[in-house]
Design a protein. Structure first.
Length: 314
């Protein structure tokens, strides 16, 4: 088992050094602690067959993986267990409020942000999509959705993850690691199936195609040229087929794009780390190219202007 910690890192540049350490072992992210002077964190990592188990203990902070962090990164999936404390997780347009024992699934190939309480312990079960698909054929539909600890066998799964994230000695029988890892994936599959119910094969197919559309939109949300037409072109489907995929949700593709941009702008406005940035910069970073249009759209969505919204969250 590998252990990394901020302990021993120089006070000057500690945050940058920790971010580099974490990014070299896990995924490139940006840490923004509530208190940079007294920021402490610890990461322990162990391999369990095809799985990587990582236990992150951290003070109150924000951890964000943005579009600029995604280049040349392999797509992996992480089941995040809130082992201690609480957190908020934003992913695929979903906001998951996590308490102890809750899970959420993260696609590391897509932007996401994680805001922890103080203190917080999160255990990550990381797996490749090829392995995960053996157990959850349409796992993409669960990304960003919280799985409560009281659902089905989730409590049992949480206990397994907690135990396996610690040093478990397989002695002279390392082949059992893979069997245990696959048993854990089977339990996770059962828990998610119970939690989100079984769907028919037809709905699985439509859901998977819609997730492909959403993944494309989320990855390009900050591009001002993103439109339903560019989405259809980028996915090599017709605009009519794109509309049909979204029809079941009752929301147009253009409406989804605008809503998600506004939600991300609102999240940035609420974030203390962005308090020094202008509202125009925030709006333009999420694909808006007109301040008046952004202000009108924001008021329609939230009932107040961006300025009033910021004042209400200071």
């Amino acid at each position: 088992m590998e252990r990394l910690s901020t302990a021993g890192l120089p006070a000057a540049g500690r945050l940058m050094a920790w971010t580099d350490l974490y990014s070299s072992r896990m995924s490139r992210v940006e840490f923004t602690p509530a208190d940079q002077q007294s920021f402490d964190a610890e990461l322990s990592i162990r391999q369990l067959g095809p799985l990587k188990l990582a236990r992150l203990s951290v003070d109150r902070c924000s951890i964000e993986r943005t579009r600029r962090h995604l280049a040349q990164s392999p797509r992996l999936y992480s089941f995040l267990l809130q082992a201690k404390g609480s957190s908020s997780f934003y992913h695929f347009g979903h906001e998951a409020q996590l308490s102890e024992g809750d899970f959420v699934l993260c696609d590391t190939g897509m932007p996401h942000s994680f805001h922890t309480g103080n203190p917080s312990v999160t255990i990550m079960v990381r797996v490749t999509p090829e392995v995960l698909r053996e157990y959850l054929p349409t796992f993409e539909q669960y990304c960003g959705l919280p799985l409560g600890r009281t659902v089905g066998v989730t409590n049992t799964v949480a206990a397994m993850v907690q135990s396996l994230s610690e040093q478990v000695d397989f002695g002279s029988c390392p082949e059992y690691e893979t069997r245990v890892a696959r048993s854990l994936l089977e339990m996770i599959s059962i828990s998610y199936t119970i939690g989100f119910h079984c769907r028919s094969p037809g709905s699985f197919t439509v859901g998977r195609r819609r997730n492909d559309v959403i993944r494309f939109i989320e990855k390009n949300l900050g591009d001002p040229s993103l439109t339903p037409e560019s989405v259809a072109s980028g996915l090599h489907v017709s605009p009519r087929y794109l509309r049909a995929i979204f029809a079941a949700s009752g929301e147009k593709v253009s409406t989804y794009i605008r809503r998600r941009r506004l939600e991300e702008c609102a999240r940035r406005i609420r974030d203390p780390a962005w308090s020094g940035h202008t509202l125009t910069k925030i709006a333009f970073s999420w694909g808006f190219n007109s301040s008046p249009h952004f202000t009108r759209s924001f008021r329609e969505q939230f009932g107040v202007s961006p300025c009033e919204y910021r004042r209400g969250h200071e």
